[in-house]
Every structure is written in structure tokens, then in C-alpha cells.
Design a binder for this molecule. Structure first.
Ligand SMILES: [Zn+2]
Ligand SMILES: [Zn+2]
Length: 224
């Protein structure tokens, strides 16, 4: 019992740690801001367009974020929770953040359940087991927060995954602009590998690394 409870708690700290790291990295990372005078590769020239807000050339599928005041490559949306844009270069961190928050709130709910059903009845036999006077109140707050976060994060994560599978950013989905572009359906491994910048699936879950774009330029491949 002692060992299993310990590993349960260590697992909880691990998930919390991954959650905090992906939060910090997603909020501080460069989402894919466009440089002032970008070098446009000759072969891609026709896939660039002018932004009428900052008067700069940008690759197609970029979007101008009015809150950040610049264009972001393959922008998904501006996220007020991380106070940063979600774009090509930090989309993978945002996905990890959703994933680990989801995992953490689910984990919290399981621990709350255990606490309520297995540990609370022990109170009647040994009072010393419990430290806090307001334990039950804390438990209820924790359960409430857990349900709210778990529900919210599940739906957000689901929308994000569907977006990646259909290769559409949230902005494109909202504006219905891209129905006329017939995109070749790519296998899911390919679309996820492009977002995470690696084909190694285990690395998709690791926030401690640098993302390197895959060799294929996606907007080029998509719009042909
Ligand atoms: Zn712009
Ligand atoms: Zn922004």
C-alpha cells in the first residue's frame, strides 16, 4: 500500500511538472513571428502574399495577430491563457499543454475519488491521519475545478486534434476561407510529424527539446 501510494503521488508530481514546463515554454516561445525582411526562396515566390496591416511579405496561411501586432506563420489562434499566439513554432507546445492539463485534471479527479471513498472513512477510526481542518471543503473545490478543467480541456484537445488531422488552423475553420482549396489528405502520422517537427512519436510528448521543421514545406505541398 505504501509503495503504490508513493508511486501514485510521484506520478502526479511528474505530470504536474510536465504541465508546468509545457505552459512556460508555450507562453514564452516564439510562435513563428515573421522577420522584417524575409528571404523568399525563388521556388516559393508565388506562395507568398502581402499583409495589408504591416505591409510585409509573408507565406500563405500566415495571419496578422492584432493583439501581438505582427504576422505569425501558420497561426492557429491567439491564446489569452498563455498570453501568446499559437503558430507554427509553438503549436506542438500548446498541444502538449492541453494534453498534460487534461491528464493532470483527470488524475486529480481520480485522487479526489480515492480520498473521498477510501481515506475519509478512516477518519472515524484515526483522527491523526488528517492534517487539515477544512479537508472536505478543499476536496470539493478540487473536484469542482477538476471537472471544469477536464471537460474544457477534453473538448479543446479534441478540436485541436481534428484541426491537425484535417490540416486546418482554427482561423481557417472560422473564416471558411479554404473550402475551395482541395487538399490531398495526408496520413495522420505525417500531419502530426509536421506539427511536432519529428517523426519519433515518443518525442511528441516531450517538452524539453527544440523543434526542427521537417524538410517538406507544408504550405508549398498543400497548395499545389
Ligand atoms: Zn501583418
Ligand atoms: Zn497574438
Amino acid at each position: 500500500m505504501g509503495i503504490s501510494l508513493h508511486s501514485l503521488l510521484q506520478g502526479y508530481y511528474m505530470v504536474s511538472f510536465f504541465c508546468v514546463v509545457s505552459l512556460l515554454r508555450a507562453s514564452t516561445a516564439d510562435p513563428g513571428k515573421l522577420q522584417d525582411s524575409p528571404k523568399i526562396p525563388l521556388t516559393e515566390k508565388e506562395f507568398w502574399e502581402l499583409c495589408n496591416k504591416c505591409n510585409m511579405m509573408r507565406p500563405k496561411r500566415s495571419h496578422h495577430c492584432s493583439r501581438c501586432g505582427h504576422c505569425v506563420r501558420k497561426m492557429d489562434h491567439h491564446c489569452p491563457w498563455i498570453n501568446n499566439c499559437v503558430g507554427e513554432d509553438n503549436h506542438w507546445l500548446f498541444l502538449q499543454l492541453c494534453f498534460y492539463t487534461q491528464l493532470l485534471s483527470g488524475y486529480t479527479l481520480i485522487l479526489d475519488f480515492c480520498h473521498y471513498y477510501y481515506f475519509l472513512p478512516l477518519k472515524t477510526t484515526t483522527w491523526d491521519l488528517f492534517v487539515f481542518r477544512h479537508e472536505l471543503a478543499l476536496l470539493r473545490i478540487s473536484t469542482f475545478m477538476g471537472i471544469v478543467m477536464f471537460g474544457g480541456m477534453c473538448s479543446l484537445f479534441y478540436t485541436q486534434v481534428v484541426g491537425i488531422l484535417t490540416d486546418m488552423t482554427t482561423i481557417e475553420k472560422m473564416s471558411n476561407c479554404c473550402d475551395e482549396i482541395s487538399r490531398a489528405r495526408k496520413p495522420w502520422q505525417q500531419t502530426f510529424s509536421e506539427v511536432f517537427g519529428t517523426r519519433w512519436k515518443i518525442l511528441w510528448f516531450i517538452p524539453f527539446r527544440r523543434r526542427r521543421p521537417l524538410r517538406v514545406s507544408y504550405y508549398f505541398a498543400n497548395h499545389v
